[in-house]
Design a protein around this ligand. Structure first.
Ligand code: MLC
Ligand code: AMP
Length: 504
């Protein structure tokens, strides 16, 4: 048996001289990537990382982070990437739950992560900074570049990505070699990626979008990427003429549309702009088209499923829709409660099935079972409709979720933190339309009787406990929360009341 996912990346052997990643002045060829990932894979083995073991990684974006991902695949380990914004309090849960055999963190975090690792009985962390330096690179540098990839089959674990949930605790979505490989093949073919492509990569690399959609598609096509540490409009406009494709969350595109530098000429070298992770406003799609002549291609995915649907490469890219189920992937609309198929053209729960869909949540068999139908369809939690032409539209969420700048935020997690603060009786967290982030987090809070806590004190109490991007952008105080006859908080009513709060 060979290593299933690595078999899909022949460029590492066959396109040795081709640039894989350009980052500033650095150019890392496919040959470099093969060598460096081989050294890191040798280090993983030397550290005792065995097939199936987790390697937890919370580091700034760097080329070495991607080489570490490749090294994990090659050594048969499962990468567990973590958002750099997560606090040590949040990290404790992930490390305790996943029990990684190796931990890699930024040098500025080393002491805190080591203390956590000691407490949990895990190995001390290695470090990796945004320039790719640290104990990981130093130690791997002394090892041989040759590495025989560990044999792994299609169903073996390749990565665990944690996603929050409506029940509070984050769940580790287990993705196999074939989940990743099948989606990479499909996207390469559907979006016509070839070895001639250069992808402008400004996304973070700890989520499915920046990691798998962007990087696996590049690897499977043997094409190149230009790496930016983050979305910075100056860098993006400077580098667009060197790229042929770009992927982004809608915030990238709303920022570009609001920038006078976005012209036909600026985008002339690009053949494809892709958007996903959050709804792209039809208005943004139209403005972008008017300014550049490019119809942004919107697609729909999830951590658990990789990509499910996409607007077509040829043919109409319909604003406000997420296109058609990708080849080999089935999507259907069902009654959210009973699961019965909905009549054509009605709104219901989007359910999907295909080689892209994960195998389950790490050590949570009941939660896994609850999210699959008996015929193997995964219940996405997104409400949608399929029109007469087959285009899927997402029209709402069956799950209480806020998507801010492409990051998913589950209100229950914020509410439980706020409710635990002295001076708070109860709270409801909602997402409110925001011109830059799509949605922004707002907390509606009822003070405890006789207290006078203010918004600043609430934010201060959340600092260090919750990642900054999850913290409310605004806190509103009310005497009581609106409830229905079942005593359930009427969030829709709160969203309606506050919908113009951030109006531009
Ligand atoms: C940063 N901040 C955010 C935020 N990003 N707040 C809310 N929502 C966000 N998304 C906060 C920071 O903590 C900071 O707070 C302040 O905003 C400015 O930080 P910044 O780093 O300068 O922000 P910026 O560079 O402008 O980042 C915004 C962004 C970025 C939208 C460019 O968040 C981003 O790249 N998002 C992409 C997310 C993504 O990749 N999602 C894919 C998930 S996978 P302060 O107060 O400290 O200043 C998935 C599946 C699929 O969903 O289908 O793809
Ligand atoms: P995550 O759990 O971070 O992978 O986020 C997945 C969720 O993002 C999906 O369940 C959708 O709610 C949302 N999402 C992804 N792509 C789109 C899109 N193009 N339009 C609307 N929502 C999207």
């Amino acid at each position: 048996m060979t290593n299933h996912l690595m078999r899909h990346f022949p460029a590492l052997r066959e396109r040795a001289a081709t640039p894989f990643i350009t980052a500033g002045e650095r150019i890392i060829s496919y040959a470099d990537a093969a060598d460096q990932s081989g050294r890191i894979a040798n280090l993983l083995i030397a550290q005792g990382v065995a097939p199936g073991d987790r390697v937890a990684v919370q580091v700034e974006k760097s080329v070495e982070m991607i080489l570490l991902y490749l090294a994990c695949v090659r050594a048969g380990a499962a990468l567990l990437p973590l958002n750099t914004a997560y606090t040590l309090t949040e990290l404790e849960y992930f490390l305790g739950d996943a029990e990684p055999a190796m931990i890699v963190c930024g040098p500025e975090r080393e002491a805190g992560v080591k203390a956590l690792a000691d407490k949990l009985g895990l190995p001390a962390p290695m470090t990796l900074d945004s320039d790719g330096l640290g104990t990981l690179s130093a130690r791997a540098g002394g090892l041989a570049p040759d590495f025989t990839d560990v044999a792994r089959g299609p169903d073996d674990l390749a990565a665990i990505l944690y996603t929050s949930g409506t029940t509070g605790r984050s769940k580790g979505a287990m993705l196999t070699h074939e989940n990743l490989a099948s989606n990479a093949r499909t996207l390469r073919d559907y979006w016509r990626f070839t070895a001639q492509d250069v992808l402008l990569h400004a996304l973070p690399v700890f989520h499915s979008h920046g990691l798998f959609v962007a990087i696996n598609t590049t690897l499977v096509a043997g094409s190149s990427m230009i790496f930016l540490p983050r979305f910075d409009a100056d860098d993006v406009f400077r580098l667009l003429p060197q790229a042929t494709t770009m992927m982004g969350v809608p915030t990238f595109y709303t920022r570009m549309v609001g920038d006078p530098r976005l012209t036909r000429e600026a985008a002339a070298h690009i053949r494809l702009f892709v958007s996903g992770s959050a709804p792209l406003l039809a208005e943004t799609h139209r403005q972008f088209l008017a300014m550049t002549g490019h119809a942004i291609l919107e697609r729909y995915g999830m951590t658990e499923t990789n990509m499910n649907t996409s607007n077509p490469y040829d043919g109409e890219r319909r604003p406000g829709t997420v296109g058609f189920p990708l080849p080999g992937i089935q999507a259907r609309i069902c009654d959210p409660d009973g699961g019965a198929p909905c009549p054509d053209g009605t709104i219901g729960m989007i359910e999907v099935k295909g080689p892209n869909v994960f195998t389950g949540y790490w050590r949570m068999p009941e939660k896994t079972a609850a999210e699959f139908r008996s015929d193997g369809f995964f219940i996405t939690g997104d409400l949608g409709i399929i029109d007469a032409d087959g285009y899927v539209s997402i029209v709402g969420r069956g799950k209480d979720l806020v998507i801010s700048g492409g990051y998913n935020i589950y209100p229950i997690e914020i509410e439980s933190e706020i409710d635990a603060i002295d001076g708070v009786a109860e709270s409801a967290v909602i997402g409110v339309p925001h011109p830059d982030l799509g949605e922004a987090v707002v907390a509606v809070v009822v003070r405890a009787p006789g207290t006078n806590i203010d918004g600043e004190a609430i934010i201060a109490a959340l600092d260090g406990r919750l990642a900054r991007f999850k913290q409310p952008r605004r806190v509103i105080f009310v005497d009581e929360l609106p409830r229905n006859t079942m005593a359930k908080v009427q969030k829709q009513r709160l969203r309606e009341e506050h919908k113009a709060m951030f109006a531009a």
